[in-house]
Design a protein around this ligand. Structure first.
Ligand code: SF4
Length: 362
């Protein structure tokens, strides 16, 4: 199979659903780690095809959703500087910080520009040399190479009015933190296909080794996801735990060497704060000394030091991201919190679990 339609083939989906019924292993909760999986599961109604007792819950794999409220507040604070243009992906615009959002700040006159890639933000800086363009670098291993290329481009062309507010995060350390927090009870993990194109499946070998957890890297079409579930149920039935590769057309066992070299040139591991998981050592990145001049945290250190600590909100996104609460279990779901009036990122992100449940039903 090669075409996308092949991986949506109804007869194949039905055949896989039949095979899953034959692998029923009793009650078990599986987690789809990635937000793109969450959306696909909801969009294609895949939960209805699972055997009785097999539950799928969402995990911490939506990059917008796991961005810490304190980081959002800090980025918003830079918008108060008259020389600054805030450049961001569209998903971030309506995510609420402690007291406001990029959308609200834009309505009050802040310069907020939606970009489709980090290189667009560099181009914006070149067009507006009189302003400082700060790019909000959100995302996992998948999007980090694009930020790295933008930084290389800015450095090569000496675009000195460009900087990056880096909140990139890396997935393996977050999964270790999730599984050691003692709160999460899952029997297997569907691992993110996009991240794995960079890291290779080997980056997740510690999951079966340390936690005895069956894992499967999967793609994003219905057949991909059902093949991943089948790999998990088969491992559970046979009492095995390994990282199965249900996405071999895009993912190999080893990391992508060119991407890794690029990331190592531009980024160094650093502690990061995750919504719902807190501070996790080496789960984020900072810029290497060669690129430190483009680090917005350094360039605007004085302004950022004055940002007050985040104010707690009623949002339960942290629990949704740990897989301990389903979106409809949040008292605000579809009441005080809707896509037009989001109380947390999970309702507004295109990969958010609450947005998926609201749009497609849970
Ligand atoms: S329904 Fe809204 S408030 Fe509740 S967890 Fe989801 S995004 Fe957060």
């Amino acid at each position: 199979m090669s075409r996308r339609e092949d991986f949506r083939d109804r007869a194949l989906v039905q055949e896989l659903a039949r095979r899953l019924q034959g692998l029923a292993v009793g009650p078990v909760t599986l987690m789809e780690v990635c937000g793109t999986h969450t959306m696909a599961v909801a969009r294609f109604g895949l939960k209805a095809l699972l055997p009785p007792g097999v539950r799928l819950v969402s995990g911490p794999g939506c990059p917008v959703c796991v961005t810490d409220q304190g980081d959002i507040d800090a980025f918003l604070a830079l918008g108060h500087l008259p020389e600054v243009i805030l450049a961001t992906f569209g998903d971030m615009v309506r995510v609420p910080g402690s007291t406001t959002s990029l959308e609200e700040e834009r309505a009050r006159g802040a310069a907020v520009q939606v970009v489709y890639s980090p290189l667009d933000a560099v181009e914006l800086a070149k067009r507006r040399p009189e302003r400082q363009v700060v790019f909000f670098a959100v995302g996992f291993e998948t999007t980090m190479p694009a930020t790295a290329l933008a930084l290389k481009s800015a450095a090569g062309e000496q675009v000195d009015n460009f900087s990056v507010f880096c909140v990139h995060k890396t997935m393996p350390q977050a999964l270790r933190a999730l599984l050691t927090c003692g709160e999460v009870r899952v029997g297997g993990l569907l691992l993110p296909g996009h991240v794995s194109t960079i890291t290779g499946t080997a980056a997740f070998d510690f999951l079966p080794r340390e936690f005895g957890l069956p894992c499967a890297v999967t793609g994003f079409e219905p057949v991909d996801i059902l093949l991943g579930v089948e790999a998990l149920l088969r491992q559970l039935k046979e009492g095995r735990a390994e990282v199965a590769n249900a996405y071999p057309r895009a993912v190999g066992r080893e990391p992508n060497p060119r991407a890794v070299a690029l990331l190592q040139e531009v980024f160094a591991p650093a502690e990061a704060t995750w919504r719902g998981l807190g501070r996790i050592p080496a789960s984020g990145v900072t810029l290497t000394p060669a690129y430190a001049a483009f680090d917005a945290r350094r360039r605007f250190a004085e302004t950022l030091a004055a940002v007050p600590p985040p104010r707690p909100r009623a949002c339960r996104c942290g629990e949704v991201l740990r897989g301990v609460l389903t979106p409809p279990e949040c008292p605000l779901f579809a009441a005080a919190c809707t896509p037009s009036q989001p109380q947390g990122p999970c309702m507004v992100s295109g990969e958010g679990a609450c947005a998926a449940a609201f749009k497609y039903g849970s």
